[in-house]
Write a protein that binds this ligand. Structure first.
Ligand code: NA7
Length: 538
């Protein structure tokens, strides 16, 4: 069948991605009466929670704030089983949402968008998929998630390995049998930490290849009974209000007192209390000065190092596991549940790649400068090309055929992470320069973006307009403001996926708006209140 024969009836909106954002965006646009189609490369809903089915995958945000707020019925009927849902529970939730709101009939699974181009003559997008379809649509909304393009480092000898090599974000749905195997894990970010603590007891030998030592906070993950759920539900009105008013979309306000105005003993008590909470509050619900003030960062980092040190039996191993090259919270802080104590096990080894770098992958395992380590399975917990990778996988052409890939090679630009000059009627979620790109409890920020996009499309329709695009000046203003704020922070100086520092050759620039969610919401509201001043609306 040729392309023309496979062209579908015109749509109002195409949403790329059937994860957290895509499902809500579909529900929202349907309510406006739009004809919508969602496409997703996966065979099911869930996005991140579909793909990342590696052992130990779990949210680091509690379930009471890692959920949808659009339906009171859903909040009432869905019974979270634990504070931090694992991958399977999260995936069940998304399947329930898809069924509950009859979303599947508008979703094409196993369908990837390869390319899309804006047609100036008709003011519409043509979206081409790998199934040979062309979807003609007025609006495109990308709901790719910030972490959807897995990063596979270019190790030499990759293809020669005779065992099994698998990236955590492409973990086989049927699982991988690791029992009694010699397993190597490369990467000690949030993912590597979850994998290591989960598989350490079951594998014969586990070798952890660590490049940068990471901080992590012990997770406390109670199972919920009915009484717990009733108590949590009773808090929902407050929780619902709180998440929009906190710096990073969590439900705990940061301390208002200046860190060093608090006596040392009391500071210590506060840190101990936050630590004992078993959540990320010590990071995003404590002292925002941790992101700006090196002295505050130093003190809190030392507090965390002390906690880590205390849990590791061998002081030499402890020294290797202690992060000393960046401050606590300047990279994403993971929660852990036995990660550090895994290194007390006799079957777990730590390889410090700063001392003995990986030279290549061999037929039998991994060769570092200290020699070859034989392995049956290599697990790449090596992260993602965050924020931009999902976009760059598609050939996106805006006005006059301008290529987003080419534009973003020069400089990654967006307006509030929601639109891009030169790419009309393209709405982006979790794109660079919004809190949703990284520095936020993703569900809070993503739901806000969906609402803004929905209201904007509603505005256009109510005002008889068809096309919206930020001006070049508006975009520049946003970027300048973003950089000014970012450059005051320690986060922007630290190598991580937050800054693109994890991808060779990627521009080093803080990915996420760091002025806090309330300021971001205010900026988005201003645009609406001023009738999209700074945007060309036609
Ligand atoms: P991260 O946080 O980007 O971690 C990736 C890890 O892989 C990190 O330890 C990296 O070391 C390591 N890595 C990457 N490339 C290499 C090479 N070439 N050699 C050795 N080690 C390497 O990804 P995650 O999947 O753990 O987490 C991503 C987000 O998902 C997380 O922040 C949560 O928001 C959920 P490095 O630190 O770069 O030295």
């Amino acid at each position: 069948m040729n392309d023309a024969a496979k062209t579908n009836p015109p749509l109002d909106a195409v949403i790329i991605g059937a994860g957290f954002t895509g499902l809500y965006q579909l529900w929202s646009l349907r309510k406006l009466g739009l004809r919508v189609r969602v496409v997703d490369a996966a065979a099911g809903v869930g996005g991140t929670w579909y793909w990342n089915c590696y052992p130990g995958a779990r949210t680091d945000s509690p379930s009471n704030i890692y959920q949808y707020w659009f339906s009171d019925e859903l909040l009432e009927e869905w019974n979270w089983q634990q504070r931090y849902p694992d991958q399977a529970e999260s995936e069940r939730y998304f399947n329930h949402v898809a069924d509950r709101f009859d979303l599947r009939k508008d979703i094409s699974f196993n369908t990837r968008v390869d390319a899309m181009s804006w047609d100036d003559a008709t003011s519409r997008w043509n979206v081409k998929t790998n199934t040979g379809e062309t979807l003609n649509t007025q609006f495109v909304i990308t709901a790719l998630g910030p972490l959807s393009a897995p990063l596979v480092p270019p190790f030499k000898g990759h293809e020669t390995f005779k065992g099994r090599l698998v990236h955590t974000a492409r973990w086989p749905r049927e699982g991988v049998d690791l029992k009694g195997k010699r397993v190597g894990v490369i990467g000690t970010g949030a993912t590597g930490i979850q994998v290591v603590q989960t598989i350490a007891p079951e594998v014969e030998r586990l070798t952890v290849f660590q490049r940068t030592a990471n901080y992590a906070v012990p997770m406390i993950n109670p199972r919920y009974n009915d009484a717990d759920r009733t108590a949590i539900r009773a808090q929902y009105p407050e929780t619902r209000k709180a998440i929009w008013t906190t710096f990073a979309g969590f439900d705990q306000q940061s301390q208002t007192r200046a860190y060093f105005s608090i006596p040392a003993e009391e500071r210590r008590e506060i840190l101990e209390t936050l630590w004992a909470d078993g959540t990320l509050k010590i990071w995003v619900g404590a002292f925002n000065e941790i992101f700006f003030d090196p002295a505050v960062s130093d003190e809190i980092s030392e507090f965390v190092r002390e906690k880590i040190r205390a849990r590791i039996v061998d002081p030499k191993v402890a020294e290797k596991l202690l992060p000393k090259d960046h401050g606590f919270g300047t990279r994403r802080v993971p929660l852990e549940n036995g990660y550090f104590t895994s290194f007390n096990r006799p079957n777990v080894d730590l390889v410090d790649l700063h001392a003995t770098p990986i030279e290549c992958i061999t037929e039998r395992g991994i060769r570092t400068s200290a020699g070859e380590i034989e392995l049956d399975v290599i697990i790449l917990a090596t992260g993602f090309d965050a924020g931009t990778g999902g976009f760059l996988a598609m050939d996106i052409r805006g006005r006059n055929g301008v290529s987003l890939r080419e534009e973003w090679k020069k400089e990654v630009r967006t307006t509030m992470g929601l639109q891009i000059h030169g790419f009309p009627n393209l709405f982006t979620t979790s794109a660079p320069y919004a809190p949703a790109a990284a520095f936020c409890n993703a569900p809070t920020c993503l739901q806000h973006q969906v609402q803004w996009i929905t209201e904007t499309i509603d505005y256009l329709r109510k005002h008889g307009r068809a096309v919206i695009e930020p001006t070049a000046e508006t975009e520049q203003r946003w970027l300048t403001q973003h950089d000014e704020m970012a450059n005051q922070t320690l986060v922007a100086k630290t190598k991580s996926w937050y800054t693109g520092g994890n991808v060779e050759g990627k521009h080093f620039r803080l990915l996420s708006y760091i002025g806090g969610l309330p300021a971001y919401i205010e900026a988005c509201d201003q645009v609406k209140q001023k009738d999209y001043e700074g945007f060309e609306v036609a």
